[in-house]
Design a protein around this ligand. Sequence first.
Ligand code: ADP
Ligand code: MG
Length: 258
Amino acid sequence: MNKGKIIALANQKGGVGKTTTTINLAASLAKLGHKVLVVDSDPQGNASSGLGINIADMEKHLYHCYLDNEHVTKSVRQTEYLPSLYVLPTHIDLIGVEVELMGAQRREKYLSQMLQPLLEDYEYVFVDCPPSLGLLTLNALSAADSVMIPLQCEYFALEGLSQLIRTIRLVKRSYNKKLKIEGLVLTMYDRRNRLTFQVAKEVKQHFKEKVYRTVIPRNVRLSECPSYGKPVIEYDKKSPGALGYMNLGKEFIKRQVA
Ligand SMILES: Nc1ncnc2c1ncn2[C@@H]1O[C@H](COP(=O)(O)OP(=O)(O)O)[C@@H](O)[C@H]1O
Ligand SMILES: [Mg+2]
């Protein structure tokens, strides 16, 4: 098997749909028969809990992996609902990494190194980033083959995007030559809202074919399902949110071969 592809979900703005997209795109790909790993690199742990992992029960998680790569394989959990979907969970302690590695050499390469032994086992590895451009996001971008950028269709969607693009370029130049932009996903799309349409148009003007044709609608099912520890496809597979992420999964796969 080829080595797995690492995709970082990044945007330093909070609440734009990084975690929702990580969970539900990963679940859709698992549903389509791919073996997928979600790496929860946000100390908030929303991707872990949203995939049904009880953080309090975990002995080892991503923070321990940063301290010692030995913990990596033991920390990975299979999700309850989708047998080909796995999680490397996190814990609020992960926040310590930002400070503890401050003086460390090659501190941007820790995640990349720890994921290497896992790449034989998975086709796709999605890394959910925190809402900042700190060391955790830097590690994700340094490890990744590509970065996927969720954008919420609201007035300030483009704010901060140029900074993110600059950071991606800088990482590419200094740490990770292979890094590409996988695509931009428009989330929380509301067809009845003219502003949504404006934002979508502007994003497409700038980023052209990098913007997925599939847009993710605003759908309450997507905000409900994490409290049940399930991806939307297992919670309400006929909901607009589930259909949206299923279509995104198909478009994502189609673009891999194109
Ligand atoms: N398409 C959507 N429709 C409705 N609610 C959404 C949608 N996408 C995300 N949400 C909700 O919006 C909030 C922020 O989304 P989240 O994925 O956690 O963003 P981020 O990880 O970028 O901070 C969450 O409460 C989530 O449930
Ligand atoms: Mg998040």
